[in-house]
Design a protein around this ligand. Structure first.
Ligand SMILES: [Ca+2]
Ligand SMILES: [Cu+2]
Length: 373
């Protein structure tokens, strides 16, 4: 059994001594994006889809030669599709109600102290889930609409991966994190300047937003009329309909040599060959989606879930719609990040669990939202 290793997502805000006064920050840069109108619940695309479906249904009813079973099956398909079309939410997919086996018993792949065991049956109602992590462009809309200040901005600093710190920002480095020396506490790093003021999101608007705490994620979700997924919902959706596989697409990390997610290649934390195409974040919609049409549930950025985290929760969690422990100190995160490597932190598996304090932010932590049907 392998002992738990420090994870690429486990530097926490309390680990750094930031008693020294926080320097006054320059005013945030102005952005030029226009405000987009509020999203309608029923999109135009959905309406069009419904019309097409209705026409198709009429055609089918007229077809008297078709065997009854075929008509019935087609009708059921149409009904199901219309139901979805009628309530379609932009950028989200409907995850159908069902049950699945949550957790992982393959000990050689996991870390017992993460609490991935025991594998247990979970039943869930249908829900909507964002097809991608919330992007910089989406988060910017939220900030422009609400003037929201993230916790990284209020604390005045966040965690940046050491290789990303640019020389022009060296004077903003606070210190390294004991035990996870690849994390640098850095003044003035926040969602808009992910590696400090020498960097900007303007060239990566379609990438996931990072440096958002659990509290920030919750505030965004509320503004968007959504919520964070529970840990069980996240894993159910991430599995994409497959049962007890390691990844959202199966058991092989790179089927036929093909990269399916954005993690670390090479030697962590010294050398990243970026064979998958990315040293840092990748665009939120990249690689093939899973069986439910979800992009990058594995790798790229850690995703906050609604639940408190407890490594013993699976031993006592209810079968129906588990909501996590009633209280805790850390919130559960899922999916792994571009810093995960099998030698160190193979937490890009669908069953892998991680957590952090709700006020921690880092350059590899983001989120996606869920919504009730
Ligand atoms: Ca990568
Ligand atoms: Cu990791």
């Amino acid at each position: 059994m392998e002992e738990k290793k420090s994870c690429c997502g486990s530097a926490e805000r309390g680990a750094l001594d930031t008693e020294q006064p926080v320097k006054k920050k320059p005013a945030a840069k102005k952005t030029t994006a226009k405000k987009t109108p509020a999203k309608k619940t029923v999109s135009k695309k959905a309406e069009e889809k419904e019309t097409v479906l209705a026409e198709k249904a009429a055609e089918l009813t007229a077809e008297t030669d078709a065997p009854q079973a075929v008509i019935q099956e087609a009708a059921q398909e149409i009904a199901a599709a219309s139901a979805i079309a009628g309530t379609e939410r932009e950028g989200m997919v409907l995850i159908p109600a069902g049950e699945f086996l949550m957790g992982n018993n393959f000990r050689q792949y996991g870390f017992p102290k993460d609490g991935e065991e025991p594998v247990h049956k979970v039943k869930l109602d249908a829900f909507y889930l964002d097809t991608t992590a919330v992007t910089n462009a989406q988060f910017r809309e939220f900030v422009q609409a609400t003037k929201y200040k993230t916790e990284a901005e209020r604390f005045g600093w966040s965690f940046v991966f050491r290789q990303f710190v640019q020389p022009s920002d060296y004077h903003r480095v606070i210190s390294r994190v004991p035990g996870t020396s690849w994390w640098i506490g850095m003044y003035d790093a926040y969602w808009y300047c992910p590696e400090g003021p020498s960097s900007t999101i303007e060239d990566r608007l379609d990438h996931p937003v990072v440096h958002v705490t659990w509290n920030d994620a919750k505030a965004y979700a509320k503004w968007a009329g959504k919520r964070l997924p529970t840990e069980a919902e996240w894993e159910y959706a991430a599995r994409g309909g497959l049962e007890q596989q390691l990844f959202p697409w199966g058991n092989e990390l790179t089927p036929d040599g093909k990269h399916m997610c954005n993690i670390w290649q090479g030697v962590f934390p010294e050398k990243n060959t970026a064979r998958d195409g990315f040293l840092g974040t990748a665009p939120a919609k990249w690689y093939d989606p899973n069986g439910y049409g979800l992009y990058q549930v594995s790798g790229n950025v850690w995703e906050w879930t609604a639940d408190w985290f407890s490594p013993t929760y699976y031993e006592e969690s209810p079968e129906y719609a588990p909501q996590g422990p009633a209280k805790g100190e850390r919130r559960s995160m899922r999916g792994g990040s571009y810093l995960c490597h099998k030698s160190y932190c193979n937490r890009y598996r669908v069953a892998a669990r991680n957590s952090n304090t709700p006020d921690t932010s880092a350059g590899n932590i983001g989120f996606r939202c869920a919504a009730d049907v």
